[in-house]
Design a protein around this ligand. Sequence first.
Ligand code: DC
Length: 230
Amino acid sequence: METKKIIIAIDGFSSCGKSTFAKAIAAKLGYIFIDTGAMYRAVALYALEHGAFARDEVNRERVEALLDEIEISFRFNPERGASDIYINGVYAEERIRSIEVSNCVSKVSSIAAVREKLVALQQQMGRDRGVVMDGRDIGTVVFPDAEIKLFMTADPKVRAERRYKELTAKGDSVTMEEILENVISRDEADMTREISPLRRADDALELDNSYMSVEEQMAWFMEHYKRVVE
Ligand code: DC
């Protein structure tokens, strides 16, 4: 008998390893992995490149006007074992991860029209279930009926170190201080924004992975998964 397909919603703070874990779960279960942070980053990148920012301030009307011309899609990249993001058919996976985008994405993700557009797209992507989706509002807004909801946390310093290693390995010149500042300010912005703030859904399981390997997290998750699908 085929196991029933479910939705696994993973929310939590930035740089908690949500995407790494979500990707590993998707590979193990043969599910589709959807990184919703990448979608907000894509809109932020497009907004940056199309004059919607002046002196770090966002022009909301300009972003709203740009929304209609942004088409976001994912294409599976076998080398990475995950999907790369495309904006209007143009590869954008690497550019959306820059510190410039990280610094302005909260301003874009707090705009109601942006959230409406992306939430609708995410709901459509998960309509056949069999997806692992990570973000900030998946278990609360996008799929409140998800069969499994995880809320991930980790010590901010541990998170900043992980991000630092990731960026410097790619050759980005960043300092630990600016990364830690970015992690803390994004936590704050995510939790205090008016629309869909980051919060743990009442029925979400909390996972603090500060000192856990992906293997340990997976063992913990699989115990729970088996109980849900059996
Ligand atoms: O997961 P990430 O750090 O790549 O996400 C980038 C930003 O997008 C993050 O600062 C918060 C925002 N975001 C959001 O508001 N809602 C989501 N579902 C996913 C991300």
